[in-house]
Structure formats: structure tokens, C-alpha cells
Design a protein around this ligand. Structure first.
Ligand SMILES: [Zn+2]
Length: 113
């Protein structure tokens, strides 16, 4: 259910930006979501459809830009994207590593009229 809270955050951020820009209508909202975050596009869309009517964001199109998970190996420093649930370094076979991408969640940009 945490998509409800993040969608409220999205609404707050985009309406603030629209007000600052003197915009009458938001047409597009670009979101960046890492594959490691558990947010589901459809759920965010669902809450957006609930929350946006009668606001400056009503009718805006949500665009989801997914960021794939990337690790940096703790043993050899190689950067790699895991193949499904196989989180071993392809160079040295060490397991996992430091997450350097995939946990993102933010509003990248909005388009207004
Ligand atoms: Zn390695």
C-alpha cells in the first residue's frame, strides 16, 4: 500500500513545480524507478487516477523510466547487472556487491502547458 504515499508525494512535487512555473495544466510526468524498488507502475497509475482529478495534474500521462539493478563487486570492483536472481560477479564469482543503481525513485521532469 505504500504506492499511495509515494503517489501523494508525486502529486505534491508536481503541483508545486507547476505553480512555480505558472502552468495551467500538467501534460506529462516522467518518473524514474529503480528495479530494486518495489513500486509497481500499475499501482502508482491507479492512485494517480484517484488523486489527480480536479488538480493541475488531471489528465497528465505518467511515464515510467526503469533503471536496472547494478552492482559493484566488493572483491574485484567490476560493475555488473545481475542476471535474474543470480547475483554473482561475472568476473570473479563473488556473490553480490554494493548496489550502485536500481534503488532510484524520483520525479525526473514534468511537461506543462
Ligand atoms: Zn568480482
Amino acid at each position: 500500500m505504500h504506492e499511495m504515499a509515494v503517489t501523494e508525494d508525486i502529486m505534491r512535487i508536481v503541483t508545486e513545480h507547476a505553480a512555480q512555473a505558472g502552468a495551467e495544466q500538467i501534460t506529462d510526468i516522467h518518473l524514474v524507478i529503480g528495479d530494486m524498488s518495489s513500486f509497481v507502475d500499475d499501482s502508482i497509475q491507479f492512485y494517480f487516477d484517484l488523486l489527480s482529478p480536479e488538480t493541475v495534474a488531471e489528465g497528465a500521462t505518467l511515464h515510467f523510466h526503469r533503471v536496472e539493478i547494478r552492482f559493484r563487486c566488493r572483491a574485484c570492483g567490476a560493475e555488473f547487472s545481475p542476471d535474474g536472481m543470480d547475483w554473482r560477479c561475472p568476473k570473479c564469482d563473488a556473490l553480490g556487491g554494493k548496489v550502485i543503481a536500481g534503488k532510484e525513485f524520483y520525479v525526473e521532469s514534468i511537461e506543462v502547458t
